[in-house]
Design a protein around this ligand. Structure first.
Ligand code: URA
Length: 262
């Protein structure tokens, strides 16, 4: 994938141009615009860049390098739109930083899950590659995330995520508004558990496929905020805050590893 934007050309959806990135090659992709500032400032010095639709961005400095933090909203379509534009202005490495629901007993609330691959239950990635094409994370980014988690003594697992377009039906939550889950979707959670899938989330598969078909690199790390072996519900905010502290520290250290290996 060629990046062809002029230095000062502002991308339509994300409101960013190449020159605003000051040479940044890495982008961290949280979903929630409200989490961008905290993540950027946890990395180091950070400045606000733009806020358009779901895309709020800050530029942070890590080990002397500019790193972009930009929210993508929820789900495959908006993350794919963001990635297309980011690739055009020179981003080559994407790290999805989000939240997830564990479906395995050993993956606990507050832990960190590093995705090595994802099951493509979402629709957006099918516009980029047929469904037989694997959604796999970049090995260097994945190993850097794991090395950082080990060094920082953060409870973590490497796993296969199942990426869905919907929070309720495809993740088999029966407390949805309809109280009903289509027959075709019933029993899937058990099936994925049996196959060793670790968690549900909504972006990793799109991020991996889009990066791979563009010839770019991607990884994903999520804080566990729901444990589906015991409840359909999302845990209280303190659990998110615990996992947030952990994944922020892991991402910072992983970036230091990746940026110093060039
Ligand atoms: N995000 C998801 O997609 N599912 C969960 O259970 C928690 C966060």
């Amino acid at each position: 994938m060629k990046n062809y934007a002029a230095a000062d050309e502002i991308m339509y959806h994300i409101g960013l141009s190449k020159e605003m990135l000051k040479g940044a090659k890495y982008a961290l992709l949280p979903g929630d615009p409200g989490r961008v500032e905290g993540l950027a400032k946890a990395l180091g010095e950070a400045e606000f860049l733009a806020s358009h639709r779901e895309y709020t961005s800050y530029l942070a400095e890590v080990a002397g390098h500019s790193v972009l933090v930009v929210s993508t909203g929820m789900g495959g379509p908006s993350v794919a739109i963001g990635m297309e534009e980011l690739a055009r202005i020179g981003i080559e490495n994407f790290i999805r930083v989000g939240t997830t629901g564990s479906i395995q007993e050993e993956l606990n609330l507050g832990d960190v899950l590093i995705s090595k691959a994802a099951v493509r239950l979402e629709g957006a990635s099918r516009a980029y590659a047929p469904v037989e094409y694997p959604a796999v994370a970049d090995l260097d980014i994945t190993f850097a995330l794991r090395e950082a988690a080990i060094e920082l003594d953060v409870p973590h697992m490497l796993g296969i995520s199942a990426s869905t377009d919907t929070f309720w039906p495809q993740q088999e939550r029966y407390d949805s508004f309809t109280g009903y889950v289509l027959k075709d979707l019933q029993g899937k959670l058990k099936e994925y558990q049996a196959l060793g899938v670790t968690n549900y989330e909504m972006e990793a598969a799109t991020v991996f496929v889009v990066a791979e078909v563009f010839g770019l690199r991607a990884g994903a790390i999520c804080g566990v905020i729901a444990k589906r072996t015991s409840s359909e519900a999302v845990a209280p905010k303190e659990v998110y805050r615990l996992s947030e502290k952990r994944f922020q520290a892991v991402v910072k250290k992983a970036l230091e590893i990746l940026l110093s290996s060039k």
